[in-house]
Design a protein around this ligand. Sequence first.
Ligand code: PLP
Length: 418
Amino acid sequence: ANLLYQYILRPSTTTSNRGYAAIAEARTVLEHELETIRTGGTWKGERIITSKQGPHINVDGSHGDILNFCANNYLGLSSHPQVVEAGIEALKKYGAGLSSVRFICGTQDIHKDLEQKLAQFHEREDCILYASCFDANAGLFEVLLGPDDAVLSDELNHASIIDGIRLCRAKRFRYKHMDLNDLETQLKESQSSRLRLVVTDGVFSMDGDMAPLKGICDLAEQYGAMVFIDECHATGFMGPRGRGTDELLGVMDRVHIVNSTLGKALGGAAGGYTVGPKPLIDLLRQRSRPYLFSNSLPPPVVGCATRAVELLLASNEIAQSVGDKTMRFRNKMTEAGFTISGSDHPICPVMLGDARLASLMADDMLKLGVYVIGFSYPVVPKGKARIRVQISAAHTDQDIDRAVDAFIQTGRKHGVVS
Ligand code: PLP
């Protein structure tokens, strides 16, 4: 039988032997790479959630109700009954998906309606939807900026901005994190460029710190540059009406382009978008590669996001609902002796320093029924490991107090607080 297989049944040619050798070699290389990650202590495991997203979840391998303190579900809309209902209605009326990109046969009235509502929400001329904000960031810079132009980017901007900038042919200038003096130096150096764009996260997701947008806009105006912000961690809850960091800092009319996500505060399903001047949005529809070459947002996703935006347009109450809870957590943790970085943002990084400590403490927190995650290098700088807590409007005061108690208990066990 062996001979039969070897000489007759097996599609044995020199080429397939080489193919086998190639994949075997690749396996060895991949296993080696995986081992490096494991031994480096930066392996990212995935805990399995067996319920819907919310402040209280079920986690495979843990008993009962677990408090979730690490979702970007800032407004608690991810499983909000009205948001879910709108998704079901859209699914029934408009189907599961479009099987098309937007310009072929993938644009429904609900896509246009959501774009119009997002433009209205951000008080910008027009809006274009993408499958994600990662795509919005990947698709913007290449279309707007050419070799005669320059992009000036904060060194700690999100990975998707960095990738998007890599794809464009503009000259690149990187300024030190939130450093206006360094930005000014780079603006002076890039003076000869045709168009210039200053690019920053509105809120930086690892530290919960906020870009100094007023200073950035002042400098941009002085040197004739445009301003772009990524508002993924601000849309829906920063500013009196939740419009974002630009509203909070009083510069809505001085920031020219905003990218943001539907995958965090605005229902959490998926999707991203750009809002800005109409000619830019028109050109993105013609040229932006992630828009032209990727499927339309599915109707249920559009339905959920639309209802989330409608809720925020109808009342400022939801946008305001996370502020007090954030302060409760920050104050109680600081009183207990923890160091929380960032600026009054629901991202509350509990600074621990050591990567192993952050990971062990997060495991112990889960044993006490609180789901949090340790962040270490390369996601944050070496020696600055932390547990990043994120507060949601859906957390009750009791939930927050329970989390603080669990932090105190595990913090004492590991000698972080006394
Ligand atoms: N920009 C920032 C600052 C983010 O934090 C994220 C998500 O982690 C993204 C962009 C990407 O957003 P999306 O999940 O919609 O692709």
